[in-house]
Design a protein around this ligand. Structure first.
Ligand SMILES: Nc1ncnc2c1ncn2[C@@H]1O[C@H](COP(=O)(O)OP(=O)(O)O)[C@@H](O)[C@H]1O
Ligand SMILES: [Mg+2]
Length: 356
């Protein structure tokens, strides 16, 4: 995967700005507020159809403008592609692949990226939703079917909850059989894929961690399934769980079992890193996870994704940064980094200066 160019027209602080990242390492530099993260946000948006900074697309349109455009050209397995995203205050967003309109769910998985930002600590410190989204987006980037299943599953849960609500209002018995079937079948697929992915990541995490730190901890991801000690992903178990929880679920109008309630834990030497790890260890752990996500994507698709590292300067000391970049260069991972200082490792420098 290679990003050839990124053009922002009336997006964030940019009127019209094009960057052409190098094949290997690119450093985007400039003082605070010069738009470095804005560029990373746009690259990541081209990958996921969503901003990592805001839930409102309107915020990304340049102040005073009604429309903004992100234009991304890239190659996947040596084939040139172009993604265009038009954001409009009035008519929302429109996505095009090579000038053909596509939906957001068709965008996910086209331009594959792995993103690391200082906010990533949320992965450890934040709510389970952050961790589920991390896993779901990782798998969706390599499996369009997975993304479809997540959407379908989420709808089924919403419909089951709506049926519970209606029944509560009307005083009738809720009719849940159809939704329980759909939820159970989606849950089996989703949980199986998540477990497979975690087990593949656990194989590469130690190697990634050893690039980043000398005092090697034993890092591991563990899936936490609601309602079960041992992971279960068969229809029978889910149907049984859903059925035995009907009374409670009816009271709260929710669905208390399923992958939308699961979580995962990051363990360091067997202990929950959110409780026992220092801030520095947590950051290194997350970066190791991200690198292992990158390896996972390469194994599944045959190509490395583009690695986006926002503000990595403060995360690692000089020698670790060197080790990381030499690993990335050796493996020809296209890496785009932002920072206020120039890295000593070469690569192309894009200086945003003060004038953007
Ligand atoms: N919608 C917008 N329209 C115009 N300017 C914006 C918009 N959103 C953010 N900005 C500006 O972008 C700048 C922040 O850019 P950012 O990429 O976060 O900087 P940094 O280089 O520190 O990462 C701020 O000056 C902010 O005012
Ligand atoms: Mg920034």
């Amino acid at each position: 995967m290679r990003c050839q160019s990124l053009r922002l027209i009336q997006i964030r602080s940019f009127q019209d700005k094009t960057i052409e990242p190098a094949e290997d390492l690119t450093l985007i530099t400039g003082p605070n507020g010069s738009g470095k993260t804005n560029l990373m946000e746009a690259l990541s948006y081209g990958s996921t159809g969503k901003s990592f900074r805001t839930g409102s697309d309107g915020e990304m349109i340049r102040l005073g403008e009604d429309e903004g455009t992100i234009l991304l050209t890239y190659t996947v397995h040596r084939v040139n592609q172009e993604i265009k995203i038009r954001l409009s205050r009035e008519s929302g967003k429109k996505i095009f692949l090579n000038e053909t309109p596509i939906r957001r769910k068709e965008l996910v998985g086209l331009f594959r990226t792995v993103l690391f930002t200082p906010d990533e600590l949320q992965l450890i410190k934040g709510s389970p939703q952050n961790r589920r989204r991390f896993l779901d987006m990782e798998i969706s980037q390599v499996s369009p079917r997975y993304y479809e299943e997540i959407l379908r599953y989420t709808r089924a849960v919403q419909q089951r909850n709506a049926e519970l609500k209606n029944a509560q209002i009307s005083g009738k018995k809720p009719d849940l059989d159809l939704w329980d079937m759909q939820i159970a079948s989606g849950a089996c697929y989703i949980v199986r894929k998540r477990l497979e992915t975690i087990s593949k990541m656990n194989e590469t995490v130690p190697a990634m961690e050893s690039i980043l730190t000398e005092n090697r901890e034993k890092l591991e991801i563990r899936y936490l399934q609601q309602g079960s000690g041992e992971p279960r992903f068969d229809m029978e178990w889910y149907l049984e769980q859903l059925s035995s929880r009907r009374e409670e679920d009816a009271r709260f109008c929710h669905t208390s079992i399923g992958p939308h309630r699961d979580d995962c834990l990051f363990l360091m030497n067997g202990l929950d890193i959110s409780a026992y790890g220092s801030q520095g260890q947590q950051r290194t752990a997350i970066l190791s996870m991200k690198l292992s996500e990158m390896e996972f994507i390469r194994k599944e698709t045959g190509e490395y994704p583009v690695l986006l590292l926002d503000d990595i300067g403060s995360e690692l000391d000089e020698s670790r940064k060197k080790a990381l970049f030499s690993f990335l260069m050796k493996n020809k991972v296209q890496t785009i980094v932002t920072g206020t200082e120039i890295l000593s490792d070469g690569g192309k420098v894009i200086d945003l200066g003060n004038n953007e």
